[in-house]
Design a protein around this ligand. Structure first.
Ligand code: PLP
Length: 407
């Protein structure tokens, strides 16, 4: 394999620390947030310490330089997702805001009493609640695509849910709890054949899967910067220009306007119509750096290594008696959610932390998935290409050791 994973890892100094005395950090919580490469931290530092001027409005050099860097970050994202124009890439503060923007604004445009919106049983709360609230506001109905115990969406059930009342379909690219990579091309095609708009929640997809929005033909694709090695408080909403043009503004204020009188306001062109107030420009500039960092390695190479780590981890963890795995879809990102007989997930998470392992435990912001499997919570390992097989071996040994304690 040509991908040099040790070189990749070396960009993340946070990974080389003792998190407790004599306990090296093993970071397995990448679906919650990823660590940041040095170049991203340097970008933040540079713009905070040397080039800070409020963008789009200043006449001075720092304002002009920061504006250029912010708009350059947009171009980087446009290329990364293969959007057809820079008007289609809106900066937000994360996936949650991106989805809320669409639920509010597209909801105003196209949802009426009795209309239907389809989500899946595999969604994060961020891709359920905004649609549920929209349904409540408009008297619309929320429909749900079920998944099998294996963790795969039932496309036949999806087909039977689609009808002339369906206006929006919103599903994730990859599940944060089960790791399933959903067949989004198929879902987009089916939604469109039925005349619905389709939004993809790419919070977990963006760092692992190829995303070419023109090829996918999705109407919207949302993601968060912090899940792709960028800063928190940054996110992207891709939307097709012809739809964004028709949608009313979401949040209002400075910068998103063209002219304001007390009688009437006219709005700015895309993408600024959806970027009110002072944007989080320093973090967005660093998001551009994070995206360039990933693009330099290429997602296929990163995914190939992550998949090798995932297969290795599964081969080890399957050897442990009393393990129950949640979601074993054929097509997965490097997420392994499990329970161990006789050990509560909170106890397991706390003890693992004492040994240096950062994992996520609990309901993972996916109550419907917990209800599906009739459990109160899970333990989740989520991998990144900067993880190593040695870390997986250490984790396997730690689980065996903890299991002994509970006998
Ligand atoms: N959607 C999915 C699938 C997620 O995993 C997450 C976060 O974990 C979100 C949406 C929300 O992302 P954020 O909290 O960055 O807005």
């Amino acid at each position: 394999m040509s991908f040099d994973f040790q070189e990749f890892r070396s960009h993340f100094p946070i990974l080389y620390q003792d998190i407790h005395p004599k306990k090296k950090l093993v970071y397995f919580d990448n679906a919650a947030t990823t660590q940041k490469p040095i170049s991203v931290a340097q970008k933040l530092d540079h713009y905070m310490m040397k080039v800070n001027g409020n963008i789009h409005r200043g006449t001075h050099k720092m304002a002009a330089d920061a504006t250029k860097a912010y708009e350059d970050a947009r171009d980087i994202v446009v290329n990364f997702m293969n959007a057809s124009s820079r008007e289609e890439v809106i900066f937000t503060k994360g996936t949650t805001e991106s989805i809320n923007l669409v639920a509010f604004s597209l909801g105003e445009l196209c949802i009426n009493q009795g209309d239907e919106i389809i989500v899946s049983e595999l969604e994060h709360h961020a891709n359920i609640v905004p649609w549920q609230m929209l349904c409540q506001r408009k008297g619309a109905v929320l429909r749900v695509i079920p998944f099998s115990d294996k963790g795969e969406l039932d496309l036949d059930a999806f087909a039977s849910l689609l009808n002339e009342k369906t206006k929006i379909v919103a599903v994730n690219h990859a599940s944060n709890a089960l790791g399933t990579i959903n067949p989004i091309s198929e879902i987009i095609r089916m939604g469109h054949e039925n005349g619905a708009y389709v939004l993809i929640d790419g919070a977990q997809g963006i760092a692992h899967c190829e995303v070419d929005v023109q090829k996918l033909d999705c109407d919207f694709y949302a993601f968060s910067g912090h899940k792709i090695y960028g800063p928190t408080g940054t996110g992207v909403l891709y939307g097709k220009k012809e739809i964004l043009d028709k949608m009313p503004p979401f949040m209002t204020g400075g910068e998103m306007i063209d002219t304001v009188t007390f009688g009437e306001t006219t709005f700015n062109v895309l993408p600024y119509k959806f970027e009110p107030g002072t944007p989080n420009y320093i973090d967005v500039i660093a998001l551009g750096e994070a995206v360039s960092f990933v693009a330099k390695y290429g997602k296929p190479a990163l995914f190939e290594w992550e998949h090798e780590l995932y297969c290795y981890a599964m081969s080890k963890l399957r050897q442990i008696e009393g393990m129950r795995f949640f979601g074993e879809a054929d097509n997965k990102v490097g997420i392994i959610s499990f329970a161990i007989d006789g050990i509560h997930h909170f106890d397991l998470g706390t003890l693992l932390d004492q040994l240096g392992f950062a994992v996520r435990t609990g309901r993972l912001c996916v109550d419907p998935i917990m209800d599906h499997y009739k459990v109160q919570g899970m333990t989740r390992v989520s991998l990144s290409p900067y993880n190593t097989k040695e870390e997986i071996d250490q984790f396997y040994n730690a689980l065996l050791r903890l299991q002994q304690m509970f006998l």
